[in-house]
Each structure stands twice: as C-alpha cells, then as structure tokens.
Design a protein around this ligand. Structure first.
Ligand code: NAP
Length: 474
C-alpha cells in the first residue's frame, strides 16, 4: 500500500520554525496549493508571533505592522497550529522534529548583528542598533538593556533602514513617541533623554545609501529635530555620477535628490535636536577611558573594484567626533541552529532555492532531504517584509516537488495528537494562536486606557500570567 503522506487521512506534517513574515508566507503557500493535504505547525521561542513585525519594525511605522492581519488569516486556517514559547534546540531537539514531521522549514531570521571590528567596540556606550531596536520594541530578551541617554551626542554607523529607525527614534519628541506602541519603559527613558545631536555616518556616498525614500524623507518632517546635510556632503564625485547615470535605481536617484534638498535648508532654531548626515566616512576607533567619549573616523573616497562595484577606501584625513553613544547599524547576522548545517561566512543555512545542503569545509555537500529554509536565514538580512513572499514561495515549490518524488523525512509519529502528547509529557507549556490573540486584545485594551495604540507585555512571565488571569499589560 502506498503510505505517502498528502492524503486527508495522512496529511503531510510540516514544522515551521519561526513565526516571522517568511514563516507565514511559507505557510500561506502551502495552504494555497491543492495537490497535498498538509498540516502546518508553526513554532516560536517567544509566546508572541510575527518576528520582526513585532520586534523590529519601528513603533512609529504602524502601517507596516498591519500586515499581521494577513498572518491572522493564515493562522485561522483549520490546518494551522501555533506553538509559542517552544524553543528549537532546547524544549524540542532536531531529533524530536525528525520524529514527528515529514518536512521542516527553518524561518528563524538573523538573530544577531555584525560588528565593526574596530578597537573600543566593547566600551560602555557602544551598542548594536539591533539591541536598541529590540529594546524599544519590548522584546523580552532585551528589556533589561540600558542605554545611557544622559549623553548629548549619539552616532549611528550605517545608512540602511535600521540606522534610519534608530536615528529617528532618538530624534522623536515625547508626543510623537507617545502615539506609538513603543515599550513603556523605553517611552519613559526617551522622555528624559538628553540626546540632542545624532550623527548618521555612511561609509560610501549619498548615491550608495541603502535607506529608502520614505525613510530619509521623514527626517525633514520631525517635530523637534532638524536635518543637517552640509552642501559638500552631497557633491557628487565622478564615480557616483557615472553610477547615477548608468546603474542606479529610482530609489537611489531620489535619495540623492532628497539629500540635496535637505542641504539647502535653513535649520529651524525652535527645534532642539538635529540629525547630521555625513558620507564617505568610516569609524576606525571608539575612544574613551571607561566609556565611549569620542569616535575616530577616517574620510573615504570611492573606487571601482575589479568586479565593477563602487567601494570605499580611506584617504589620509582623520578626525574625532565627540559622542557618548555609538550604535553600529551595519547589518543583522544569522546564528546557527543546533544540528542544522550553517555557513559561517555568510551567516546563512546553505541552500539551493530553499533546499538545505550539507556544508563541509567551505563546500556544498549533499541535499538534506525534508529540511528547508526561508527568509533572512536563507538569503541573508536583506529586503523588506514583502520580499519574503516570493522567497518563501520558491522554497515551497521545492517542498512540493520533493513530495511528488516521495522525498521526505521519515517520522515515526505522524499525527498531531501524538505530537501534542509529547509536549504534555515534556511539560512544555505552549501558547496557541488564540492565546496570542487574547494577549493582543489585552495589550490594545491597556493602550486604550492611556490613549495609546497598545501597551506591550515585555516579559514572558507577564504574558503567561496574563493568560492565566486575564490581566492587562502593565
Ligand atoms: P542594510 O540595508 O544592508 O544597511 C547596512 C548599512 O551598513 C549599509 O549602509 C552598509 O554600507 C553599512 N555597512 C556595512 N558594513 C559596514 C562597515 N563595516 N562600516 C560602515 N558601514 C557599514 O541593513 P539594515 O539597515 O540592517 O536593514 C536590513 C534590511 O531590513 C534591509 O533590507 C532594510 O531595507 C530592511 N528594513 C526595512 C525597513 C523599512 O522598510 N522601513 C526598516 C528596517 C529595515 P554599504 O552599502 O557600503 O555596505
């Protein structure tokens, strides 16, 4: 008898590890296909789903977060279950998943940050932007982080959208922040912030900045903060001009126009804060005795490397920027999962179109049947939320092709009941999607009482207690 999974009586059991956008888009693509009956179990180590939509997207960008309505629809599908507060590698091992699922999809994103690899990076006052982001968004692992906001000057290194988020949150007024779902402790800390000058440093020129037009434009419309771009910062060098004329995309061309417009502005003297953009500059040392006191930077020029890419190289001009805080915002970095292949050099799980490969001595080995990858841990930390949709669809196409060829894991237990018995035996207190929706309601109710969109739960303990007792977020 053919016991291939995929019939309504014997559905394909799929585990999705991680509940951010890429995980949800993989679930959606599996739900949309009609060739196989599928059961999708999605896991998250936190009780709350949605990954960076909750823990990364800036609180003053609420529209971006409305994408979760689509995830709610996916989660409402009868074949879908959410198991929050269950960690891969600790609560359940790789071997456990092999025993209960036909296919595993890793959707864990990029959990840490890239460093600058310069002296002084370990000094108090030097932080990863990703830590600050997770802190102000109320991520339970980061709520105890401290940022010394008594400092007057902060430096943000990098000109991607995460750098824009960090600079903007530092520059926002209390009133602007109050209207967001920023974590309440972060709102309090930022209310008393003394940070008045924020430098944003790009190692290449304005034409190569990674931020998007909407994000850079916002600096021109801040309640309490001027945007400062000195005219010589937007003088376009010949290499950048050629780049703009031949290769640049619409976003890059418009970025330059926006920055040029900023360079013509007179600062409004009634605004107490300023965000200063500087280009062609790299930090080379973070200086200070017991904490960050200044940052030594070197000026760069651009050149074209042998592959034709526009790269920075330092010239003989060094200067200091006095500052008590520095946030490196030079990219996220993936972290290896226990028993899952990993490419240290790229910070990704080695794969081809989402099918995982063994990685041995820097070389790609055989396909690992039945295991797949989506999102940032598949392709690296790039792209916006929507980029994950086609990325996940590509992986699901590989999963379906493998099902057609009967290439799956060979689990001993193939029912949801057997899996839930395992969770009970192990005393694993998981949070369901209905539980999360209850937490969501409680957070919104706590916010309404104060005239804010929501007040987040920021400890796992508070979340679990609230589910037991129905208490609102504090
Ligand atoms: P990113 O867009 O890749 O930007 C990283 C920045 O760091 C670049 O400016 C890069 O410069 C710079 N950098 C890298 N190494 C450096 C070094 N050693 N020294 C100095 N600068 C260095 O990454 P991200 O800002 O972390 O964002 C990740 C992804 O999330 C992006 O796709 C972003 O668009 C997305 N995102 C979107 C939003 C939104 O839609 N609102 C918000 C946040 C994040 P080079 O270009 O010279 O390498």
């Amino acid at each position: 008898m053919d016991n291939r999974p995929g019939s309504p009586e014997n559905p394909v059991r799929v585990a999705v590890i991680g509940s951010g956008p890429s995980g949800f888009y993989a679930a959606e693509a599996l739900q949309k296909q009609t060739d196989f009956a599928v059961e999708i179990d999605m896991f998250d180590r936190l009780p709350t789903p949605h990954g960076l939509v909750r823990g990364g997207v800036a609180p003053d960008h609420p529209k971006i977060k409305s994408v979760t309505r689509i995830y709610d629809k996916i989660a409402a599908h009868e074949n879908f279950r959410f198991y929050g507060n269950v960690e891969f590698g600790t609560n359940l091992t790789h071997a456990d998943f092999l025993n209960y699922y036909h296919q595993i999809v890793y959707a864990v994103g990029a959990q840490t940050d890239k460093s600058l690899e310069i002296p002084g990076e370990e000094l108090p006052g030097s932080h990863a932007a990703t830590e600050f982001v997770a802190w102000y968004n109320g991520h339970p692992d980061y709520r105890h982080f401290e940022f010394d906001l008594t400092q007057e000057t902060a430096i943000v290194v990098g000109v991607g959208n995460v750098a824009m988020d960090v600079a903007r949150i530092l520059a926002r007024s209390y009133d602007e922040l109050f209207q967001t779902d920023i974590a309440d402790y972060a709102l309090d800390a930022l209310k008393n912030s003394n940070v008045k000058t924020i430098y944003v440093l790009g190692r290449r020129g304005p034409a190569q900045a990674k931020f998007t037009n909407k994000e850079i434009r916002e600096f021109g419309e801040m309640e309490e903060s001027n945007v400062i771009v000195e005219p010589d910062e937007v003088e376009i060098d010949p290499i950048s001009q050629e780049y703009l004329d031949t290769e640049a995309d619409r976003n890059e061309i418009t970025n330059v126009q926006i920055l040029k417009e900023f360079s013509q502005r007179e600062p409004d003297p009634s605004k107490p804060k300023k965000v200063i953009f500087q280009f062609l500059v790299s930090p080379v040392e973070i200086e200070g005795k017991d904490r960050v006191e200044s940052v030594k930077v070197v000026k760069n020029e651009l050149y074209k490397n042998e592959r034709g890419s526009v790269r920075p190289r330092s010239i003989d001009r060094v200067y200091d920027i006095p500052a008590g805080l520095i946030f490196r915002s030079v990219g996220y970095q993936g972290v290896a999962l226990p028993e899952v292949p990993f490419r240290d050099d790229w910070g990704t799980i080695p794969n081809e179109k989402g099918r995982i490969h063994v990685w041995l001595d820097g070389n790609k080995g055989a396909v690992v049947p039945g295991e797949y990858v989506v999102g940032w841990i598949k392709r690296g930390p790039s792209g916006v939320i929507g980029t994950n949709k086609p990325d996940s669809v590509e992986t699901v196409e590989m999963m379906l092709e493998d099902l057609r060829n009967n290439i799956t894991l060979k689990p001993e237990n193939t029912t949801r009941e057997a899996f839930e018995n395992l969770l009970h035996e192990r005393n694993i207190h998981y949070v369901t999607y209905a539980d999360w929706q209850r937490l969501d309601e409680l957070e919104i109710a706590s916010g309404e009482a104060l005239g804010r969109p929501r007040v987040k739960f920021t400890t796992v303990e508070d979340m679990l207690n609230a589910l037991k007792q129905g208490t609102p977020a504090k």
